[in-house]
Design a protein around this ligand. Structure first.
Ligand SMILES: Cc1ncc(COP(=O)(O)O)c(C=O)c1O
Length: 385
């Protein structure tokens, strides 16, 4: 079962990083639930000494996701935030980072409340606007941290343009690719240096694991991340690694359905009189629809829509039956949420309002259920708004 260099995306998802188990031939990589490994004699072992440093299940996942993203190496962590924290260790006191202005609330909180204590500074800019990015660069800037599409307003950044700018100015481009998934968008192809995911979302895809991964291309980054993963120790455990490996096998077919259901639900909402606005890059009304077609394969399963008031949002959220009111995203089941009081509650209200995260905004992670059932549920719930 050798992958050729011509293997296409869904083949890579299923096979990369995974060989039948050498001891039994098990076709699925086993869960190596062990903390240590017996050594043959002093100084002689099979390449495995201690499980924080080496675990075959985690290694299989790391190779699998690195191949899926088109990178050289991957490093799996206990959560998406732990993956971002590992990237944060590349910075030192006095460094400056430019960040997409409506980045995930937890990322903002980590930068604002944790890294800032080490005198690392951040500028939050509209990374869709290259002039704004360029103006924010200072001699201390090291990293451009981009989320595209953003959560929950679905704003895009032109990856090729921003990568060219970052490299011209000697910066690393880091892309949080959680919202799109590597089926929809592969930032390394556009020049990103590091790609991170909350694997909790589309990569695992079944809402039953929390994890994170960083994929790197530069040898110096790979060396540092390997060192930090072991030194700081925020590793992903073997069972979660196995769950995510199971998830990535079906990434391509799940994403095809997320894409088609996402577009159809966005169109349904856009045509509904009680919905004042829909944020979805697959709609021709999205101001960056042309860019979406250029850098995305399909438009994903995430969208947000405006109902005008907290009361209207509350009525909808209480009326849905199939859509589950919950944080998180990217699972096979459709989740509905209220960013202002849930995912973005940590973002100060003035900042939230400036970003368009109003009290009437509702976010949907459109799952892979039968489309007619999703349409029926949203239609009956909107009738109660
Ligand atoms: C875009 C994005 N990045 C990072 C994270 C953090 O990931 P985790 O919850 O796995 O720590 C999330 C979580 O919702 C997210 O949506």
């Amino acid at each position: 079962m050798k992958l050729t260099s011509e293997a296409r995306f869904s083949t890579v998802c299923i096979h990369a990083g995974q060989e039948p188990d050498p001891s039994t031939g098990a076709i699925v990589t086993p869960i190596y639930q062990t903390s240590t490994y017996v050594q043959d004699e002093l100084g002689v072992h099979k390449g495995y000494e201690y499980a924080r440093t080496q675990n075959p299940t985690r290694f299989a996942l790391e190779q699998n996701i690195a191949a899926i993203e088109g990178g050289k190496a991957g490093f799996a962590f206990a959560s998406g935030m732990a993956a971002i924290a590992a990237i944060g260790t590349m910075l030192k006191s006095g460094d400056h980072v430019i960040v997409s202005k409506n980045t995930y609330g937890g990322t903002f909180r980590f930068f604002d409340k944790v890294l800032s204590r080490a005198a690392i500074t951040f500028s939050y800019v509209d990374t869709a606007n290259l002039d704004e990015v360029e103006q924010a660069i200072t001699p201390a800037t090291r990293i451009l941290f981009v989320e595209t599409p953003t959560n929950p307003i679905m704003q895009l950044t032109d990856l090729a343009a921003v990568a060219a700018l970052a490299h011209r100015r000697g910066l690393r481009l880091v892309v949080d690719n959680t919202f799109a998934s590597p089926y929809v968008q592969r930032p390394i192809e556009f020049g990103a240096d590091l790609v991170m995911h909350s694997t909790t979302k589309y990569l695992n895809g079944h809402s039953d694991s929390v994890g994170g991964v960083v994929v790197a291309v530069r040898d110096d980054d790979i060396e540092w991340l390997r060192f930090v993963q072991n030194a700081a120790g925020g590793i992903l455990g073997p069972f979660d690694s196995w769950l995510i490996l199971r998830g990535t096998k079906t990434l391509a077919i799940r994403m095809e359905r997320h894409n088609s259901n996402g577009l159809a639900v966005a169109q349904l909402l856009e045509a509904h009189p009680k919905v004042t606005h829909v944020y979805y890059p697959g709609l021709t009304s999205h101001p960056q629809h042309a860019l979406a077609k250029q850098q995305m394969r399909g438009f994903g399963g995430m969208l947000a829509f405006e109902l005008g008031s907290l009361e209207a949002a509350r009525r909808l959220l209480n009326a849905v039956r199939l859509c589950a009111l919950a944080e998180s995203l990217g699972g096979v089941e459709t989740l509905i949420s209220h960013p202002a009081t849930m995912t973005h509650a940590a973002v100060p209200v003035e900042r939230r309002t400036a970003l368009g995260i109003t009290d009437g905004l509702v976010r949907l992670s459109v799952g892979v259920e039968d489309l007619d059932d999703l349409k029926a549920d949203l239609t009956q719930a909107l009738a109660q708004v």
